[in-house]
Every structure is written in structure tokens, then in C-alpha cells.
Design a protein around this ligand. Sequence first.
Ligand code: PRX
Length: 664
Amino acid sequence: MADKMYYPNSELTREAYCASMEQYKQMHEKSIKEPMQFWGEIAKQFYWETPAIEDKFFSYNFDLSKGDIFIKWMEGASTNISFNLLDKNVKSGNGDKIAFYWEGNDPEDYSRLTYRKLLEETCRFANVLKSKGVSMGDKVVIYMPMILELPIAMLACTRIGAIHSVVFAGYSSDSLAERILDSKAKVLITTDGVWRGEKLLLLKNICDEAVAKAKKHGHQLESCIVVAHLRRLNNPQAMDVANVSWDDDRDVWWHDEMEDAEASCYPVWMTAEDPLFILYTSGSTGKPKGVLHTTAGYLIYAATTFKYVFDYHPGDIYWCTADCGWITGHTYVVYGPLANGATSVIFEGIPFYPENDRYWSIIDKYKVTQFYTAPTAIRSLMKFGDELVKKHSLSTLKVLGSVGEPINTEAWLWFYNLVGHGKCSIADTFWQTETGGHVITPFPGATPMKPGSATFPFFGVLPELLDEDGRVIEGEGEGYLVFRRPWPGMMRTLYGNHQRFQNTYFDRFNGFYCTGDGARRDADGYLWVTGRIDDMLNVSGHLMSTAEVESVLAEHSSVAEAAVVSKSHPVKGQCLYCFITPNAGMTFDEKLQIELKKKVRERIGPFAQPDVIQHAPALPKTRSGKIMRRMLRKIAAGDRNIGDTSTLADETIIQLLFELRPCV
Ligand code: PRX
């Protein structure tokens, strides 16, 4: 079943930018053999204040024995991203075109923003940032729900060369504080609060806690700009709760500041490798990594992947359900669509509110043509049965996208047959915060699809599979997924820690960027990403490290040791399964389990809450003290086929852990 091919429908192929595998292969070959000509041609669609220096268009080093790793695209060029996304579209006659339709959590709340208005608001807010002392290179943290002020804030940063760091507004105050501290941010932008479904989140209060924690560690945030989002909802209940605490020296309302701000702002010209944004992602050692993306390469890569992978044409209505707190929201809610003058939908809410068919009704309401979401969302909606989908026409859809984790065949087929009526192409896009944009993906008008396979590399991308010893696996086989050379949208470093960047991604296999994922190549050359091969977990498409959760658990005064592994989960893909060794004299009871779950929610965020907490009087360790996670994963799965246990210091522990395993 999994190997059956699904061919793009002929209507899609007829209008596609890339309409056949031959065309794809030719373009891919050109992108590899003549990167300067290939990307140089694409770059012509954008405005450059100064052009790139020809013989410095592309340079890199992936070989640690030759010195530090570096990646440079379009050296010498200077531009401004907001200028290309906004002014250029307005100047070319698209000022009245809708950039964003906004759909609120409550179906009664909706609005829209044209390119002209988006430019004005961006300039206004850029002037507000300037009035707060923000200038080129300063860091601005954004902790906001999916409202229009979020892309405006991001674009305003790019207007003046400030570096934005968007933190998902589901993270705890600890996680936010850690990110404020690491980036030494000057300004924080937030809202009074937000309704997510029927749940109220008081974001400003979380920010206050985070700012206080950052202050304790010696970092003083200068300003906090607050959108009165709850207050403007005209909902009396919302207004009651929106009486947020206020520090007159630090806090200002967005609307007060915007009132007198000028609607034009001359863009700051940034050089090609100037930082554009930092986005934190989980690292396997626990401390989040500040992935840094730069200007020119990211712009051309976001624009090109968006255009080809969603096959976006003028008049199409595109909707990506991702939050701007993740890379998908950066590249495929903000930068990629606007660089193509696209019209997109931004949705504030959740798929289950007010009813479980909210996604389908939004698709019909806006006549969405490209719909991009995550396997976990698809699986959670499958649960409600087919009737909720069939109630809606969904006839405008052409391309369906999937991202965040491997998509299982069942979910793929449901998406394809039911949502896409068997006529839409599915783009199963493999990529990472680090890759900036899609790196392995089908082309909707060209690539015959196999459910669960991300298929082939995007332009400029050269994947390889390596064995344990770093030998390249040719043809069919399975191994470590690595890339041989950089493409324009790839990360450049980890903010403030180039050494960690080199160690994390280039140490394991010299000469290659190591993704941390495993993959298989089948007889037809299709790539199948099999998932993480390091100590990372992917829960509902959210990447987190076992170390991160373990260190939070181990902080509890009753806990001597904690080990966290992943367990497969029907909706979330993976969930957290924690083994806890209590301190001597401490009991492992329900109270402790509740406290530990709460602690993880508070410290990391609600999405990180463990599903299972198991008592482990001891952990299976080698004689040198290394925890055998492989065995813990088997115990979590209830799989008694544990393999060789002779390397364990105490083999009896395995039997004991099976006995203590709760019924899950
Ligand atoms: O394990 C891979 C998985 O998500 C990881 C990257 O997570 P993050 O940086 O948070 O970015 C997510 C959105 C791009 C990868 O290392 N992953 C992402 N997309 C896929 C995937 N695994 C399989 N198939 C995919 N399409």
C-alpha cells in the first residue's frame, strides 16, 4: 500500500511552475552545477540596493579540518526584506491586494489587511521601535498570539535592521526569560492576553514574570509594548480580565504609540549576511539553540520554495495553520508568501473551536487553494469521523501540505482522499528550523507521490545517507540524513555560540551538515525520513530534548534521577514517558506524579506535559553509568524483546521496571 504511486492531477500539472520530473531534474542539476546562475536569476526578481559581487556569490566551508564552518550567499549585495515584501508589491500595482485575511478565535472576529495597509502599519511600528531606541542589530522578542500585529512587528524589525526573536506564546515564563536573557533583548512585544478555544491566556502576566526573572539574572528589558487584544474584543468578560499590571517606566500600549507614529519609514539597507532573525529550537543538551538566519539567502530561498512547493499563482488563497512562534510560521506565513505577493489566511484559534470542523469551514469561507498543516492536526481531526469534512465543499483546494514529522500512511490517505477529494497533490515537506525552508519535498505538478515519503531534494540541496562510519550509502539503504553543501536559506550559526553550531551539526560527520534524522532511500530513489536519531522527541510536531525535560524533573526535591524517552502516540506522534527514581525515603505516589507534570508544564510549556510518569527504583545503566535509553524505550512500549542486557550493571532492573509499568 505504502508504495503505491499517486500522480499529480493533469489540471495541476498544466499550470505548474515545475510540470514534469524531467523539468525538475534539469532545474535541480542546474542549481547544483551553476548555483550562481541559478540563484542569481531568481534574485533578479527582488530589489538590491547594491548587487552581489560576482565571484563572491557563493562560498562556504563544511570541512572542520580546513577551519571554521561558514556559509555565505550573495556577498556584497544589500537590500531590505520589508522593502521587497511590501513596497515592491505596492509599487507594482498590488497595493489593494489582500496580504492577510485574519480569522479570529471567535468566528465573529475577522479582518483583512491590504499590502498598502500592511506597509503603512509596518512603517508606523518601525518608527515606534525607533522611538524606543531600537536600531540595527538590536534584539526584539515577540511573544504574541496569531494576530495581525505579529507579522507587522516582525516586518517592522526588518525595516530597521533589528533582529526579531519570536517566542511561541505557549511557552512558560521560564522559557521566555531564558530566551530574553540569551538574546539580551531590548524590547518585548506582547498582548494583554488571548483566547485559545475556550481557554484564556494572560500573556502580559507571563511576560511580567519572565522580565522579572531575566532581571534577577542581570538583564534589564527596556520596553514592553502591549497590544490591547482582549480589550478590543468587545467582550465584557474579556475586558474584565484585561486589567493587566503595569510598569509605567517600561510598559506602553501599542495603540497609544501607533497613534502619532508616521506611516513612512525609510528602510535600512542590510548586507546579504546581516542577521535577520533568531529562532530558538530545542537542543539535545537541554539549553535551547538560537538558530540564526541572515538576509539575502533566506529571502530568495523562502520565496522560491513557497512558489514551487505550493505552486502558488496570482489569485490563489493560501493558508498555513502554523504559529509564527515556529519556523513554519516565519518562512511560510510571513516571508515566503509576502515575497510572492500572495494572499494568505492567518488563523488565531484552534481546529476544535467552536466546532471540530473549524478548519474545513475556514477553507470554504476563504476559498483556500493551498492548505498547509501538520500530521498531528490531521490525526486529531480524523478522530471526529468523515461526516464533519463532507459537510464542506473544499472544492477550491489544489495543494495540501504537511510538515513537522513523518506522516503515517493512514493520515496521508485520509488527507488525500477526503480533504483533497483525490485530486490535490500532497507536499510532504521535510525541513527544520535550521534549514530555513523546505529541503526535501515533492513538487505538486511534477512528483508522483508515495504516502509518507518526502520524495526528492529541493533546488540547491544535495542529501546523502551515511552509515555509522560516515560512508556514503549509494542506492537503496538507510542511514543518517546529511547534506553535502549549503543552500541559500540555511542557518549560519547559533546565536552567540559558533562553537556549539560546529559541534552540533558538523562534528559527527566531517564535511556534512548532519540533520539528526534518519532516512531511507527506496529502489525508486524516494527518500523516507524515519525520525530523530538523537535524544530529541517530536511531540505534536514540537521538537524537544529528553535532557531538557529530565533536568526539570530532577529539580524536584523528591527526585533523585529522571530519564525521559519517547513513546508512540496515536495523535501526537510521540509522547513523553518518564522514569523517576525518588530520593531515599521519598514515596512515589499520585501526588508526586501530578506535581511533576505540573512542573514540566510550568517550566517548559503545556505542550511538553508528560503522558506517563513511571516509578523506577533504579535505571538500567552500563557499568560506566550510561543510561540505556534503548531499553527504556522498549519498556515504555511494553515490548519485552529487549535484546542483549549483558552490558548492564544490574540486569534484574529490567524485570522490575516491566512489573512497575503502569497500564497505558
Ligand atoms: O525530525 C524532523 C521533523 O521535525 C524536525 C525539525 O523540527 P523543527 O526544527 O521544529 O521544524 C519543524 C518544521 C519545519 C526534523 O528534524 N520533521 C519535519 N518535517 C518532517 C519531519 N519528519 C518527517 N517528515 C517531515 N515532513
